[in-house]
Design a protein around this ligand. Structure first.
Ligand code: GLU
Length: 309
C-alpha cells in the first residue's frame, strides 16, 4: 500500500471513531437531514490515481464549494472586469454578513462570501435565461468530474428558496447599488440551485484537478483555464475560502481550500493533489469540523502544506 493509501485509510478510520463531530447546518431545513456520522475522503494525485475511503461515493450538497466553479466560469466570461463587481480581500466576517456591504457601497469583499457569490452568479446569468445559466454551471461540473450523472438536489434548492431570507436581503441590498443586473429572484434562483448540486468526494476531487495542475486536466490534457488563472483562484481559496475561519484553515492545513455548509471541503495541493473531504458537522465558522482536522492530518503526513513540511 502506498503512503497516500495508508494515510487516507487511517485518517478515515480515525475520523469515523471521533466523538466530536460539530453541528449539522439547520438553517437550510433540508440540510438538517444529513447524517452527522458520515465521513468521506478522496484524493486524486498527479498520475490520476484516485485514493478514497469512508463515504467517498455518497453524494452530498456541495453548497459553497460550487462558488469555486462559478468564479471560474464568470472569469472565463468577463475576465478581470469581474473585479469591478466584487473584491478579493478576506472579509473577516461571517459568510452571510451584511455589515460590510453598506460601508463598501454594495461591493462584496470577495467572491466566496454569500454576497460575492451571488454577484458572481448574476454575472453568469446576464444575457441568459436562468435555466441556461444553471445548465452551463451543471455541465461544467459534469465535464470537470468526467461524470454526466451529477445532478442538482431540487429538494435542497427549494428548501433554501423558502428560507433564504438573508441571501434575499443581501441580493436586494446589492441591487440597490446597481451591483446586481438581473431580477433578484432570477439571480437567487440560479444561486440556490448551483449551491444544491450534489456530488460525492470522489466526483469533487476529480472536478478540482485543473486547479492542482496549472489549469490543466491531467488525464485528458485539456487546458481548462490558463495557469495564471488557476494560481489566482487558488490564492483566493487560500485567503477567503473558509470565511472568517480562513486564517485558521491556512494555519492548520496550509492549502487553498473551499468549504460548504453541507460539510464538504475541496482542497488543492498544487502540483500534488486535488482533495475532497466531507463530514456534515460544522464548527462555529460554518466549516466542516472533522473535514478540517482530516485535511490537517493528511497534509502533515504527506508534507503537502504550501508553507513547507
Ligand atoms: N447556499 C448557502 C447559503 O447561501 C451556502 C453557504 C455555504 O455553503 O457556506 O447560505
Amino acid at each position: 500500500m502506498s503512503q497516500l493509501e495508508s494515510a487516507v485509510k487511517e485518517i478515515a478510520e480515525e475520523m469515523r471513531q471521533r466523538p466530536d463531530r460539530g453541528e449539522v447546518a439547520t438553517y437550510i431545513p433540508e440540510l438538517a437531514r444529513a447524517d452527522p456520522n458520515a465521513f468521506g475522503l478522496a484524493v486524486v494525485d498527479a498520475d490520476g490515481n484516485v485514493v478514497y475511503a469512508g463515504d467517498a461515493d455518497t453524494p452530498f450538497s456541495i453548497q459553497s464549494v460550487s462558488k469555486v466553479f462559478t468564479l471560474t466560469i464568470a472569469l472565463g466570461m468577463v475576465g478581470d472586469r469581474l473585479w469591478n463587481r466584487v473584491g478579493r480581500e478576506p472579509s473577516g466576517s461571517a459568510f452571510n454578513s451584511i455589515v460590510q456591504l453598506e460601508r463598501e457601497r454594495g461591493i462584496p469583499r470577495n467572491p466566496f462570501i454569500n454576497a460575492g457569490a451571488i454577484a458572481v452568479t448574476d454575472v453568469i446569468l446576464s444575457g441568459h435565461q436562468p435555466r441556461e445559466a444553471l445548465g452551463e454551471i451543471l455541465r461544467f461540473m459534469q465535464f470537470l468530474a468526467d461524470d454526466p450523472s451529477i445532478t442538482i438536489d431540487k429538494a435542497v434548492a427549494a428548501s433554501e428558496n423558502r428560507t433564504g431570507f438573508r441571501n434575499r436581503a443581501l441580493a436586494n441590498y446589492m441591487k440597490s447599488f446597481g451591483v446586481i443586473e438581473n431580477p433578484v429572484d432570477f439571480t437567487l434562483g440560479v444561486y440556490f440551485h448551483h449551491c444544491a448540486i450534489a456530488m460525492s468526494c470522489r466526483q469533487l476531487a476529480m472536478a478540482g484537478r485543473f486547479l492542482a495542475y496549472r489549469g490543466r486536466n491531467p488525464s485528458t490534457g485539456l487546458q481548462v483555464v490558463q495557469p495564471d488563472r488557476a494560481r489566482r483562484i487558488n490564492a483566493i481559496m487560500l485567503t477567503c475560502g473558509h470565511y472568517d475561519g480562513s486564517g485558521e484553515f491556512a494555519y492548520h492545513v496550509g492549502l487553498p481550500g473551499k468549504s460548504g455548509v453541507g460539510g464538504g471541503i475541496l482542497a488543492i495541493a498544487p502540483g500534488k493533489a486535488s482533495i475532497a473531504v466531507w463530514s456534515p458537522g460544522l464548527d462555529a465558522a460554518g466549516n466542516s469540523h472533522l473535514g478540517r482536522i482530516a485535511l490537517e492530518e493528511l497534509t502533515k503526513r504527506m508534507g503537502w502544506s504550501i508553507f513547507g513540511a
